[in-house]
Design a protein around this ligand. Sequence first.
Ligand SMILES: Cc1cc2nc3c(=O)[nH]c(=O)nc-3n(C[C@H](O)[C@H](O)[C@H](O)COP(=O)(O)OP(=O)(O)OC[C@H]3O[C@@H](n4cnc5c(N)ncnc54)[C@H](O)[C@@H]3O)c2cc1C
Length: 520
Amino acid sequence: MNRAEQLERLRAHSGPWDLLVIGGGATGVGCALDAAARGFQVALIEQHDFGKGTSSRSTKLVHGGVRYLEQGNVALVMEALKERGILRENAPHLVGDLAFVVPNYEWWESPFYGVGLRLYDLLAGKYGFGASKNLSKEETLQRLPTLKQDGLRGGVVYYDGQFDDSRLLIHLAMTATEQGAAMVNYCSAQGLLKTADGMVRGALVRDEETGNGFEIEARVVINATGCFSDGVRRMADESVAPMVAPSQGIHLVFDASFLKGDSAIMVPHTSDGRVMFAIPWHGHTLVGTTDTAISQVSLEPVPMDQEIQFILETSALYLDKPPSRTDILSSWAGIRPLVKAAGGGSTASLSRDHSIHIDPSGLLTIAGGKWTTYRHMAEDCVDQAIVLAGLDDRPCVTRRLRIHGYHHYASKFGHLQVYGSDAIPIQEMARNHPDRGVQLHPDLPYLESEVIWAARWEMARTVEDILARRTRALLLNARAALAMAPRVAELLAGELGLDPAWQTAQVAAFTAVAKRYLPE
Ligand SMILES: Cc1cc2nc3c(=O)[nH]c(=O)nc-3n(C[C@H](O)[C@H](O)[C@H](O)COP(=O)(O)OP(=O)(O)OC[C@H]3O[C@@H](n4cnc5c(N)ncnc54)[C@H](O)[C@@H]3O)c2cc1C
């Protein structure tokens, strides 16, 4: 993915595109990939970097959602379990199995959760990841040696999927370009173009790197801007009623000593009636999340003090060594683009189903859903777009479409597993140029060759792109990421042909963002 080439394709295209997608998160990139794979001419623009929004800030679970089963949403769970299986088939280098243990401290919990999780297994059918089973106290502690032992009776283990969200997104974007889509980051929709009779026919776009504006025409425009959806809808019609109820969720990251072993903890009922996870991720412990209704959306939301406190207090109920504020290596927030319920209610009770909405202007908005179901959401959305734009009725082909980097034995690449088959040229680069094999920070495994690779092939444009989304340094250890920033800026400047002043500005910009990941 080369930005200059992709941008030129956008600008030089003659006549309207079949589809223009606004928004480069899981939903938008999923739609672009689906439509390009059906043979349509597709353009996608993202105002910041791919995944800057919610899609790099998830709990990293590819799951059916045990909680939705409890809410009685069996259809959503079945759909998500099927998509979980499909995703593991198509991107085995990025989606793995993970054992989750529900610890039991009351006599009724083992039979209660045991039965519920058996139903979860059943709903997965042939897409199952492994059978759940009840565990004795000893078996539970074998899996979770750092679990609080006081009053522990046993546990129930079940299996779900885990992934690296922004890495999957980058590989989806690469797959979409391979299928012919034109995908550009740092390009925002500033307004919508309309025909004389008021129908949306494209967007007025700004290249955020140069400030240049231009127009993109399309037969149908898909608004996949997550929690920003209503803002884009208002570009077509100021008077539309909002459809998104944004809700913030946060995560705290600690070192691996807090959760020893290879299993995750699933707490089915926190004091606020939600579920909470503590999961091993990239050699660290990731704990989350919360569900806090918010009124303002932002690209860089900040964890609230009471959310941090809530996660620390809940962790202390289950972990032998309770984490404190000073143990936090990174804390970050994401915003769920939940679709409003007709009668109001809390955001925790709002459906995680996706919603497709067509405004009278013909603007098609897709919002809600889950990362896990992005493929199915895209299929639904493109089916609708075909009807709306009068395009040829071509069937969806993503069910069996392998994602860029597809590799069955990628675990042999160590931390480079997330690149799948691209790990081979990255390793070669490190071998052929010894400097490129240098680790950027002693506490994180990332190599200089990964920076070069991201700049050349993954459309990384800034220090933040590299440290937050191509590698996950910022989300794992914000202080280490800060220390890595100057060298990353230097390497990136070398690749992009930029000067020392650019490097200084990049380090300053990254420092301002990274400070938000370190609670005071
Ligand atoms: C805390 C939390 C935990 C979660 N955990 C999980 C999980 O474990 N598993 C799971 O399956 N799901 C999970 N989800 C849900 C999942 O992350 C989201 O459903 C999904 O990422 C939403 O993707 P999106 O593309 O719709 O939105 P986004 O990722 O936010 O993408 C929208 C994009 O649109 C861009 N944009 C906005 N306006 C414009 C414009 N004018 N021009 C161009 N671009 C624009 C934004 O910059 C943004 O990148 C979680 C969500 C949260 C908040």
